[in-house]
Design a protein around this ligand. Structure first.
Ligand code: SAH
Length: 355
């Protein structure tokens, strides 16, 4: 039995799936899910993320978090948290870069939110000298200051899609056409969660809702508002999104998201606006949404690249220059990827980000 057969049987029994139900099954099904069963990152994998491109990304994020910790008076116990740590590369780079920050490691309790048993195993290997703890849900975050990073985590959370039809909406669903999965539309109806989107959309427009992100963000923002800390949420996406961004990647190429469920990485662009609203509602301040290229330049990526370049030559030097460009150039990741910072309203924003 494949995941496709399993989904077709489920559709025959219960009717079509929402895009969110489909994404959740494809990514996290215990037996067939994309993340549950493999390591999708790295050169042999399906996609590459910023920390896998260069150590500079994690080093600068680490120094940004450590500076924020110092600006908040060095709380003597805090959780250093990552959501969706992949292979553990980002956390390892953060920890290496902050080794010389007096008191930072001693105060940090490392907490990882990870659903995939396969990736937990790789993280345990990468971070074996640091004794991390894993949690299954954001609600299990400890009640202490949080310094948190989430890179390409929110794009993996399931989204629902709705097509504007007059003054109401029809949900985009996934059903069966013979032996294949196919998109269709659900019945017309109002959608309370989308009432504010009637103002900025017209007939035929598609909007996406990531309901799963809101409770997660509410917990994080609540902890930061109460105990202090900061969160850096980095992902591709925009403010107030419009249109279909549901996509599948396999071996670095875009593929049909319905063709081979469980075999490709499914994501959607992150709409940062509802995340920022949820943070505010929980009493937390947030920064402007800042392009990755701008953020990394402000944190000093060019100086860091020059320092690394001093001891390199030949192909190593070439790949360093290429990595710097890839992370920061507007035509590469520099503009598409963005960072939103959360911080307590009484404190300064994390360096590199503006209120
Ligand atoms: N942050 C890493 C990996 C990004 S891939 C990097 O930048 O390289 C997405 C990560 O989020 C994976 O570790 C995946 O297993 C995890 N993930 C996806 N959905 C999740 C969920 N609902 N709960 C917990 N972890 C999840």
């Amino acid at each position: 039995m494949s995941l496709k057969d399993h989904l077709l049987a489920q559709i025959a029994l219960n009717g079509p799936l929402s895009v969110a139900e489909y994404m959740a099954e494809c990514l996290m099904h215990p037996e067939f899910g994309y993340y549950s069963t493999r390591d999708p990152l790295g050169s042999q994998g399906d996609f590459v993320t910023a920390p896998e491109i260069s150590q500079m990304f994690g080093e600068l994020i680490g120094l940004c978090l450590a500076q924020t910790w110092m600006d908040q008076g060095k709380p003597e116990q805090f959780a250093l948290v990552e959501f969706g740590p992949g292979r553990g590369t980002l956390m390892a780079d953060i920890l290496r870069a902050t080794r010389t920050v007096t008191g930072f490691h001693a105060a940090a309790q490392i907490v990882l939110l990870e659903a995939s048993p396969t990736l937990r195993g790789i993280q345990a290997q990468t971070l074996r000298e640091y004794d991390p703890k894993w949690i299954d849900s954001a609600s299990h975050l400890p009640d202490i200051p949080l310094f948190l990073v989430a890179n390409e985590f929110f794009d993996a959370l399931p989204i629902r899609q709705f097509l504007r039809d007059g003054d109401g909406w029809r949900e985009r669903l996934i059903g069966a056409e013979g032996d294949s999965l196919a998109f269709g539309l659900g019945p017309y109806g109002p959608q309370v969660a989308l009432s504010d989107r009637l103002q900025d959309t017209k007939d035929g427009d598609l909007v996406e809702l990531c309901a799963a992100a809101i409770p997660i963000l509410t917990v994080v923002a609540g902890r930061i508002a109460t105990h202090g800390g900061a969160a850096l949420i980095a992902d591709y996406g925009d403010w107030h999104s419009l249109g279909d961004t549901f996509q599948a990647l396999q071996s670095h190429d875009r593929v049909d998201p319905l063709a081979a469920p469980g075999q490709s990485d499914l994501t959607a662009h992150v709409d940062f606006e509802p995340l920022a609203l949820a943070a505010r509602a929980a009493g937390c301040a947030h920064t402007r949404l800042t392009p990755q290229g701008v953020f990394l330049e402000r944190l000093g990526i060019t100086a860091r690249a020059q320092a690394l370049a001093a001891s390199l030559g030949g192909s190593e030097l070439e790949s360093l220059v290429a990595a710097h460009r890839r992370l920061t150039h507007p035509e590469e990741m520099g503009n598409l990827f963005k960072t939103l910072g959360l911080y307590p309203s009484y404190a300064a924003p994390p360096p590199g980000l503006e209120p």
